[in-house]
Design a protein around this ligand. Structure first.
Ligand code: COA
Length: 192
């Protein structure tokens, strides 16, 4: 249903399947407390990053429910791993797709995450024929909230204390965009 073999190029970025050589770059990202703060895992040691990389390398094809594709994001002009983006098929019958994004702190604040995430919307709507694409985030994760708004996603839900997150009650926000709301790239980049 969805397989990404060839790299996807944007104005500044290349999105491509993960490879073994990404271990150092991924460790740089996943070992950082500020990256893991609102994610479901704790900062990872190298052995844990090796396992995570193996899963990311395997995640190149979506054939059924809850399968995902994760893509490494690097500068088109060359350079190390900036981050990665992921897409999950959550329901085939209802054409529901979830997206997520993780970037190195040094690569944040430059619009790279939103540039890469826009390609996830293209994959979701054009390749997976999604009807609705959604993202979930901890309510305190302001950068993630801003990114989803930048993508043209609407806030649909604020679940108060719906789970114990890292030892305390956490609020979860859900953002979404429907196929007829999408229209390719309705939301201009910052600076336009
Ligand atoms: C969530 C995350 C991916 C957002 O990254 P980000 O870099 O803030 O997101 P964007 O790519 O949309 O960049 C927006 C920022 O770049 C700035 N920017 C600079 N050039 C830009 C451009 N050409 N286009 C858009 N924004 C630009 C914006 O002004 C904005 O800056 P601000 O945060 O100071 O307001 C990042 O914070 C992250 O990886 N966090 C850790 C993991 C995580 O929590 N993931 C989400 C789980 S739900």
């Amino acid at each position: 249903m969805l397989r990404v073999e060839a790299p996807i190029e944007t104005e500044r970025l290349r999105l491509r399947p993960f490879q073994l050589g990404d271990l150092d770059g991924l460790a740089e990202i996943q070992s950082r407390p500020e990256v893991a703060r609102y994610l479901y895992w704790e900062p990872r040691r190298r052995e844990e990053v090796e396992k995570a990389l193996a899963q990311l390398i395997a995640a190149t094809r979506i054939e059924g429910k809850d399968q995902s594709v994760s893509l490494a994001v690097e500068p088109r002009a060359g350079g190390g791993l900036l981050g990665y983006v992921s897409i999950w098929l959550r329901s085939l019958d209802h054409r529901q797709v979830e997206i997520g994004f993780v970037f190195h702190p040094d690569a944040q604040g430059r619009g790279y995450a939103s540039e890469a995430a826009r390609e996830l919307l293209v994959l979701a709507f054009e390749r997976l024929r999604a009807h609705r694409v959604f993202g979930r985030t901890d309510a305190r994760n302001a950068s993630s909230v801003a990114l989803m708004r930048r993508l043209g996603m609407r806030q649909e839900a604020h679940f108060r204390e719906a789970e114990v997150f890292k030892g305390e009650w956490g609020d979860e926000l859900v953002f979404a965009i429907l196929e007829d709301e999408w229209g390719g790239a309705l939301v201009p980049d910052v600076g336009d």
